[in-house]
Design a protein around this ligand. Structure first.
Ligand code: SF4
Length: 475
């Protein structure tokens, strides 16, 4: 039986975390007023950037690896339906059960029902962008199921009733004294004499998590890769918590975005070189766990794979925007972005912050729900240079800016400019008028409404004393 991926639909409203409460400029203003946040961000992004740059410089074939990663992703997107069906077939043959979720609501319903069937009221979770995207923790909470995040940074965010602000380092906006306060306030059984020494904080989390690992029978994970050829799923992580979740429980439920499929086992040799160097600045990922269906007597005996669309086929339908689906979530583009470094992740309103969030979120939700995000960039191109799979984020940003709804006044101003530039005599007169305005001192922020909005954060270039045409005529 062939699988029908359905008509491209956007991620539904009212569920999940792809839309913010306010547009980016308003949210960014709040973040910019917080000096502690900016200092935490600057320190963290500078450190990761330096570390990553050093290990990337060790590889003479880094650019070739990037090209290989990009080509593999392009091939995957061009063959997505076939590869997903192959993955389903292989997972099923290995004893797993595959579920197809058109959107966040369906995925949440599937996972909740599967957990209910086990009779358990608590699950352990591995850090997963897909489950954050669909708001799974909230859905489980409403169903009376307690999800416990086991990645240290995710745990800090969860206990702090906070939102992640970085793909890889979700608590990047917290410093150690803030983390100590959160642990003292929220962590069951914590020692009241806890200090803010990083080793003590990690030990407190480890004690709490170990008890939870050993007493919880269901785990929920995401997946970094799903190999169509063999039906193998892969999770890469740094703390070993993921491996506990993938091996100790009786039931494992994995939620994977459909773009995470890769054709063959051998393709991992490219991605497992690119990902750790670009993300954490490590030569090799500390914990890479792979599993294929179920193995009698070893690890979870029930395995469910939920394949999530939630707007992805709509992204795939856009010839320019679709390369946003190539993302391997390394977060390198966040760490080099001058806008992200100043605002942090919360300003983007979505679980996907930074440059990749600015191109992915508006496409998943439809541009009208995230219209300000494609403008959350200076178009400096640092993200493109840093991306290990060569996603041309600046070009997608410009493409999305063209699709974003523009105010009527802006459209009228652009139409007037186009009309004027098309007519040499009119253009000459406009140049003379601009010069006159300069003589009258109307420059910089002195544009009249509605154009003053444009000049609120930019200096209007002063017209030259002599235009090119005048200069040319003089010769
Ligand atoms: S867009 Fe590229 S650099 Fe940014 S998170 Fe994705 S893979 Fe990494």
């Amino acid at each position: 039986m062939s699988t029908f991926l359905g008509m491209p639909a956007r991620a539904p409203r009212g569920v999940g975390h792809l839309r913010g409460d306010e547009p980016f400029p308003a949210a960014a203003r709040v973040a910019l007023a917080n000096p502690q946040l900016r200092s935490n961000l600057r320190h963290a992004t500078t450190t990761i950037r330096g570390k990553s740059g050093r290990v990337i410089a060790e590889l003479p074939d880094w650019q070739e690896l990037r090209s290989a990663g990009s080509a593999l992703k392009t091939y995957t997107m061009a063959n997505l339906p076939r590869l997903l069906e192959q993955l389903e077939e292989k997972v099923t043959a290995a004893g797993g059960v595959v579920h197809w979720a058109a959107d966040a609501e369906e995925a949440n319903r599937i996972v909740t029902d599967l957990i209910r069937e086990t009779g358990e009221r608590r699950v352990i979770k591995i850090k997963s962008m897909a489950t954050q995207e669909i708001g799974l923790n909230e859905a489980l909470g409403e169903a009376g199921i307690d999800p416990v995040e086991t990645d240290l940074a995710e745990l800090i965010v969860q206990l702090g009733h906070d939102k992640p602000s970085h793909i890889l380092v979700p608590a990047i906006h917290r410093n150690r004294s803030e983390i100590r306060e959160i642990f003292l306030r929220e962590m069951p059984g914590v020692d009241p004499a806890l200090t803010d020494n990083p080793a003590d904080l990690a030990a407190a989390a480890r004690r709490y998590l170990r008890e939870t690992f050993l007493s919880t029978k269901v785990a929920v994970s995401g997946a970094n890769f799903g190999i169509a050829e063999t039906g193998t799923l892969a999770v890469v992580e740094s703390e070993g918590n993921g491996r506990m979740c993938l091996t100790l429980p009786e039931t494992l439920i994995t939620v994977m975005g459909i773009e995470k499929v890769v054709p063959a086992w051998q393709d991992l040799e490219v991605f497992l070189q690119l990902l750790p160097r670009a993300s954490t600045g490590e030569r090799m990922n500390p914990y890479t766990s792979m599993w294929t269906g179920v193995t009698p007597g070893d690890g979870p005996q029930n395995f469910h794979l939920v394949l999530l669309d939630n707007g992805r086929t709509a992204v795939l339908a856009d010839e320019v925007g679709r390369s946003a689906l190539h993302c391997i979530r390394c977060s390198a583009c966040l760490n080099v972005c001058p806008v992200y470094e100043r605002t942090g992740g919360h300003a983007y309103g979505s679980v996907y912050p930074g440059p990749i969030g600015a191109v992915l979120s508006p496409q998943l939700t439809g541009i009208e729900d995230n219209a300000s995000l494609p403008y959350a960039s200076s178009l400096c191109g640092a993200c493109f240079d840093a991306c290990p799979v060569k996603i041309d984020i600046p070009s997608i940003l410009v493409h999305l800016r063209n699709q974003a709804p523009h105010p009527r006044t802006e459209k009228a101003a652009m139409a007037a400019a186009a009309y004027t530039m098309d007519r040499p005599r009119l253009y000459r007169r406009a140049q003379r008028a601009a010069k006159l305005a300069k003589l009258l001192g109307r420059r910089g922020r002195g544009l009249p409404p509605p154009l003053n909005g444009w000049a609120a954060s930019r200096d209007l270039p002063s017209p030259p004393d002599e235009s090119f045409r005048d200069w040319w005529r003089g010769r």
